[in-house]
Design a protein around this ligand. Structure first.
Ligand code: ZN
Length: 205
């Protein structure tokens, strides 16, 4: 199983990090070892001083596919969830400035939070585009997103990524974060909601 993450997919978030808008989906990978086990705390690694939360809508790939046309892309995923793309922002800034890969900042152990349940598409009112989500940090809302604000929608993402790599059953796509990203501190509790349904609760150690 691989995790495909989309960067800069919400205009306000791209702006808050001083990035220009992409003209095609920007993607990178996390390995399966990045998945934070359910009910485990997130430990801030000792090599970073600035880990940020990024709440994101997740899509689960349900069928093998390559070079998928956008008009058929919706046959290749069957459920959505919510997660966090933990990012070592200080390390990311360093490797970006040197033109180096992002893995150190994005692919580390525990950096991929995946919600405790997958919601089948047929249960979604309003489809993916109708979904709203938010992240609470210690009970306060810190990020709010609406899937309709994505620059590239799920079908466009699948069409683009599958030109370069085969999508397989069980792969997960992190579709990008809305604005409001910020640092975590030891003692924080992060809880993500899809609509009003709690999807994960992670404590930071
Ligand atoms: Zn992200």
């Amino acid at each position: 199983m691989k995790i495909i993450c989309i960067g800069r997919n919400y205009a306000e978030h791209a702006a808050e990090l001083g990035n220009s808008l992409p003209n095609e989906p920007l993607f990178f990978l996390k390995p399966d070892s990045a998945v934070l086990a359910h009910r485990h705390p997130f430990y801030i690694p000792d090599w970073t001083n600035d880990v940020h939360y990024e709440v994101e809508l997740l899509v689960r790939i349900s069928k093998l596919g390559k070079a998928i046309a956008p008009e058929f892309a919706d046959r290749y995923y069957d459920a959505i969830s919510l997660g966090i793309d933990f990012t070592a922002r200080d390390i990311q800034a360093e490797v970006k400035s040197k033109g180096q890969p992002w893995e150190k900042a994005k692919a580390f152990d525990g950096s991929a939070v995946i919600g405790r349940q997958w919601i089948p598409l047929e249960e979604l009112k309003g489809g993916i585009q109708g979904q709203a989500f938010h992240l609470n940090r210690n009970g306060d809302v810190v990020q709010q997103g609406q899937a309709k604000d994505m620059i590239f929608d799920v079908n466009q993402i699948i069409a683009h990524v599958s030109r370069f790599m085969t999508l397989k059953l069980g792969d997960v796509i992190f579709t990008g974060t809305p604005s409001g990203v910020g640092p975590v501190q030891v003692g924080d509790v992060l809880e993500g909601f899809l609509g009003d349904r709690s999807m994960f609760r992670v404590s930071v150690h």
